[in-house]
Design a protein around this ligand. Structure first.
Ligand SMILES: Cc1cc2nc3c(=O)[nH]c(=O)nc-3n(C[C@H](O)[C@H](O)[C@H](O)COP(=O)(O)OP(=O)(O)OC[C@H]3O[C@@H](n4cnc5c(N)ncnc54)[C@H](O)[C@@H]3O)c2cc1C
Length: 411
């Protein structure tokens, strides 16, 4: 029997692969539901994802583990709305509509040329090469990479920080340039979408392919047993297993293996507002300019997924990377003020609905992060996977699970 510890995307991908291979497995998840960091809750008829998460159509692994059409994908329009404090500028994807991108007043001519050139380079570079860069000693930070390419200061404040700072959950753009380039390629070659029922529908759709008898919820694993091989559960029960896959987030993996926790990670807060006055019509995110803003980006998510709100209402999701020392109320007030500043006609209509803090959202991914192996001393029958391995994303978490099962089956 193969035991999987963790029911997030990486653990579920392991289970789907083992099921395909006809192997007997059991999955142990500490919490009452599957999905890990892909969580959706309901409040007053509104659908609230725990953090703004999108799937990209260029994520090939997603289609290999579930039937995307069953998730009723709700699609974002490529590009974004930029707000410079005075006016809103529509930024089309330079790669979908080069003409409109060429005309946009959002960037100076030099930045347009630099971006077009970078996009072309990425189209010609395979993803494997971009990811290999994340393990290279020559990798550097996203900020250093863009600076070296000559991008202007306004490109950083208008686009790079609000957009990629939001994607990488990293205000300073200190994340690996290899990872940034990989995501940029994925954005260029695909469009973003979310399931009509919220992001948790993705792990649920993987789980629906698995036998329920193999899934054990509310079963926290507290130790690995060596003689005989198996797992120790929180309730003292010992489960025997020939092979064990630890499909855990980095801090949980360290805890289980009695190792020091990772020194840093990225957290995020999402503040939800409801309103009966539509802010704007396009199915796009809004990137407010400025390094000192609390709201990194926001979106009237019902423009993309109308079912996220009861009839007559709109739902706004605001992503905040650094809440400082503000209380929940102060943070909500600050977010409402900033959003209202971009759309004064609706400023008075915003009603705070919920604030969700995600203390551990994604691991730190500094330049060269993929070269390190944080768990070199695992016993031969124990394997580890998760999004800490090769870049925190839906695609990477699924891919890490699938690759790990290949190793398990080859051993
Ligand atoms: C706010 C936010 C925004 C994001 N945005 C995007 C995005 O837009 N696009 C994108 O591609 N990716 C995004 N991601 C990243 C993506 O969601 C994650 O990389 C992925 O979900 C991680 O899956 P995982 O299986 O590696 O880990 P997890 O989801 O953390 O799964 C680990 C599981 O292990 C369980 N567990 C822990 N300890 C134990 C134990 N001792 N015993 C049993 N079970 C245990 C946990 O309860 C959890 O269910 C975002 C993540 C967050 C949080």
């Amino acid at each position: 029997m193969i035991a999987i510890v963790g029911g997030g995307l990486s653990g579920l991908a392991c289970a789907v692969e083992l099921q395909r291979a006809g192997k007997t497995f059991a999955l142990f998840e500490a919490s009452p539901c599957l999905g890990g960091r892909q969580r959706t809750s309901k409040k007053d008829g509104f659908t609230l994802d725990h953090g703004f998460q999108v799937i990209l159509s260029s994520y090939k692994t997603v289609a290999s583990v579930c039937d995307i059409s069953l998730l009723s994908p709700c699609r974002f329009e490529s590009g974004a709305l930029l707000h410079d404090g005075r006016r809103l500028t529509r930024l089309g994807s330079p790669f979908e509509n080069p003409f409109s991108a060429l005309l946009t007043p959002a960037f100076c001519v030099g930045d347009k040329i630099r971006l077009a050139w970078l996009g072309l380079e990425l189209l010609l570079t395979p993803c494997t090469k971009l990811l290999a860069r994340c393990a290279s000693p020559d990798d550097r930070s996203t900020r250093a990479f863009l600076s070296q390419r000559g991008f202007s200061k306004s490109f950083f404040t208008r686009f790079a920080q609000p957009f990629f700072g939001g994607v990488l959950l990293d205000n300073d753009l200190a994340t690996s340039a290899g990872l940034f380039l990989y995501y940029l390629k994925k954005f260029i070659t695909g469009h973003a979408w979310i399931p009509a029922a919220g992001i948790q529908a993705l792990p649920e759709s993987l789980a629906s392919r698995l036998p329920s008898s193999a899934i054990h919820l509310n079963r926290r694993v507290t130790a690995i047993a060596h003689e005989p091989r198996g797992l120790v559960l929180e309730n003292g029960e010992v489960v025997s297993a020939d092979k064990i896959i630890l499909a855990l987030d980095h801090p949980s993996l360290c805890r289980l293996l009695r190792l020091p926790p990772p020194s840093s990670a990225r957290s995020v807060t999402v503040v939800y507002f409801k309103t009966q006055t539509s802010l704007y019509k396009q199915p796009r995110i809004v990137l407010p300019e400025g390094a000192t803003r609390r709201v990194r980006h926001f979106v009237q998510i019902t423009n993309i997924a109308p079912g996220f709100a009861p009839t007559g209402w709109h739902l706004i999701s605001a992503t905040i990377l650094d809440g400082g020392n503000l209380s929940g109320k102060e943070l909500a007030d600050a977010a409402a003020h900033e959003i209202g500043g971009c759309f004064p006609h609706a400023a008075g209509s915003l009603e705070h609905l919920e604030t969700i803090h995600v203390p551990y959202a994604v691991p730190d991914q500094p330049p060269g992060f993929a070269a390190r192996n944080p768990f070199p001393d695992l016993p031969q029958h124990v394997y580890a996977c998760g999004d800490w391995e090769r870049g925190a994303s839906i695609e990477a978490a699924l891919g890490s699970g699938i690759e790990t099962v290949k190793r398990v089956l080859c051993a």
